[in-house]
Write a protein that binds this ligand. Structure first.
Ligand SMILES: *[C@@H]1O[C@H](CO)[C@@H](O)[C@H](O)[C@H]1NC(C)=O
Ligand SMILES: *[C@@H]1O[C@H](CO)[C@@H](O)[C@H](O)[C@H]1NC(C)=O
Ligand SMILES: *[C@@H]1O[C@H](CO)[C@@H](O)[C@H](O)[C@H]1NC(C)=O
Ligand SMILES: *[C@@H]1O[C@H](CO)[C@@H](O)[C@H](O)[C@H]1NC(C)=O
Ligand SMILES: *[C@@H]1O[C@H](CO)[C@@H](O)[C@H](O)[C@H]1NC(C)=O
Ligand SMILES: *[C@@H]1O[C@H](CO)[C@@H](O)[C@H](O)[C@H]1NC(C)=O
Ligand SMILES: *[C@@H]1O[C@H](CO)[C@@H](O)[C@H](O)[C@H]1NC(C)=O
Ligand SMILES: *[C@@H]1O[C@H](CO)[C@@H](O)[C@H](O)[C@H]1NC(C)=O
Length: 424
């Protein structure tokens, strides 16, 4: 009897605290006025409004049209997708969240900022529009605890005009995966004038079937933050990279795979495995980036200004398997296939800005003192917490809490988890 009444009491309590309006799908349309986003007829007008009321695991269905806002997602498992896959919704920067910085002292304009695990973005366009850049532009920013994000069928584009295109260093990024592991980016298009389109100081991410065009510096780059940090086990597969002002694909990290990519029309190397003798260097003098034990096969490199049809390997113990059959269209370089003696000058006649000697990697102009990643410190404010080398550390947000806060939040989490389980 005691047990039964205890159970009844528990049920009553649960009935009171279980959210009655927990929704699987929330709706957003241009001009929507709802604050609860319950249906297409009762839709919200802002994506952030829906994100703010969504529970873990919910889907946010977004009507076609352009939403001018900057989105921050701090709820795990959310999916944001276009309601009509034929008419993708566009999220266009509204100028960034006020006072947000990344790294410290660099104002940043992030269109979609992922700060929780297991988030999916699907069938969306993400854009920095025309007009002068006033901050550091980042299209999609993924950082711990935002591991395991899935980015699928996106268009990520930047159309900034005016000078300078990059008012801050580090410069703009289409996708910046900063130490957040397990990210999948597939079937997406990156275009326009981001400095780097896909920028990866991270591990265990899959970059597959993307079109990457016209970045003003690098197409896809795996950053090695420090000699002893890890940027490993990434898979870069079946991407098409073209028209990049520097290297199409640049590799600073170790033990990554590069399979069946096509790279053409770039002013640097098609694929550049960095090392002490890289020419041009990947990182500024005095710093080191050695690519080692990476595996390459089936890549199709053509009409790039450096390296002809083969990956340029300045690293250590990389395994370079057969390339895709190669047809050189570059003409003047046919006789000069000696990478070690290739100089910038011989390739500086193509109208691209080849000034990437000091600019190829991600470690130049470090004014951040002890910070391990001067360029892309994911801390969003100028708080004094120093980031550790957290390539595999997914506890970014939690570790800023004091022990007491941590204990309380653990208890709160346990309670919420218990309620969530019982509510089912
Ligand atoms: C996204 O678009 C693709 C291709 O058009 C389609 O196959 C997929 O079902 C769409 N996803 C969603 C969630 O609508
Ligand atoms: C994320 O998804 C993985 C795999 O489905 C699951 O094991 C994990 O618990 C999820 N994490 C969160 C925080 O939802
Ligand atoms: C991320 O995914 C991996 C593999 O599915 C899983 O083991 C891990 O728990 C996930 N992490 C989180 C925080 O959900
Ligand atoms: C890249 O730039 C070239 C030349 O301006 C243009 O023809 C091409 O459409 C661009 N690629 C993409 C995917 O926008
Ligand atoms: C990079 O390779 C060079 C040449 O093999 C070696 O001297 C140097 O120690 C390596 N550096 C790192 C960080 O692995
Ligand atoms: C390259 O850099 C040098 C020195 O900073 C500068 O004088 C020159 O104009 C630059 N060239 C290009 C093509 O930007
Ligand atoms: C380095 O950064 C400082 C401060 O942001 C700037 O004044 C300087 O021009 C930069 N130097 C280079 C080589 O980019
Ligand atoms: C993660 O960060 C915490 C707190 O800074 C640290 O104690 C821990 O050693 C880190 N773990 C790894 C794997 O770096």
């Amino acid at each position: 009897m005691k047990l039964l009444s205890a159970l009844l009491l528990l049920l009553v309590v649960l009935a009171l605290i279980c959210p009655t309006n927990a929704q699987d799908t929330l709706y957003v349309v241009v001009g929507g006025t709802s604050t609860t986003c319950t249906s297409l007829d009762d839709a919200c007008g802002s994506i952030q409004a829906a994100v703010d009321v969504a529970s873990e695991g919910a889907t946010i269905s977004i009507g076609s049209g352009t939403f001018v806002e900057n989105i921050r997602i701090m709820t795990a498992g959310l999916t944001l997708e276009s309601e009509d896959e034929e008419n993708q919704a566009t999220i266009e920067s509204a100028g960034g969240v006020p006072d947000q910085q990344a790294p410290a002292d660099v104002p940043v304009d992030v269109v979609v900022d992922l700060l929780a695990p297991n988030i999916t973005l699907e069938n969306l366009s993400i854009r920095h529009p025309m007009g002068p850049a006033t901050k550091r532009d980042v299209g999609v920013f993924v950082r711990p605890p935002a591991v395991n994000a899935t980015l699928s069928n996106l268009v990520v584009e930047r159309y900034r005009t005016g000078e300078p295109l990059e008012p801050f260093a580090p410069g703009s990024r289409g996708l910046l995966v900063f130490r957040a592991t397990g990210v999948v980016c597939e079937d997406s298009t990156f275009r326009g004038n981001y400095q780097d389109h896909i920028h990866l100081p991270t591990s265990e991410s899959h970059i597959e079937d993307n079109i990457v065009a016209n970045a003003t510096r690098l197409g896809i780059v795996i950053i090695q933050e420090t000699p002893d940090s890890l940027s490993i086990d990434n898979v870069i597969k079946e991407n098409t990279v073209s028209g990049i002002a520097g290297d199409g694909i640049q590799i600073q990290g170790d033990r990554n795979s590069f399979i069946d990519n096509t790279v053409f029309g770039c002013a640097g190397y098609g694929i550049h495995l960095c090392g002490a003798n890289s020419n041009p260097p990947c990182v500024p003098p005095g710093q080191m980036a050695n690519a080692s034990q990476n595996q390459l096969s089936g890549n199709f490199l053509w009409n790039n200004d450096l390296g002809l049809g083969e990956p340029a390997d300045f690293g250590v113990e990389n395994y370079i398997g057969p390339s895709h059959e190669f047809t050189n269209v570059a003409g003047t370089e046919a006789a000069n296939n000696d990478l070690e003696t290739t100089t910038m000058e011989t390739h500086n006649d193509n109208g691209h800005n080849n000034n990437n000697t000091m600019d190829g990697g991600d470690k130049n102009n470090n004014t951040m003192g002890e910070d391990h990643d001067p360029e892309d410190n994911g801390e969003e404010d100028s708080s004094t917490s120093t980031t550790t080398d957290a390539a595999t550390n997914t506890s970014g947000a939690m570790r800023r809490l004091s022990d007491v806060d941590s204990f309380v939040s653990h208890m709160a989490f346990a309670l919420i988890a218990a309620v969530a389980v019982l509510c089912l």
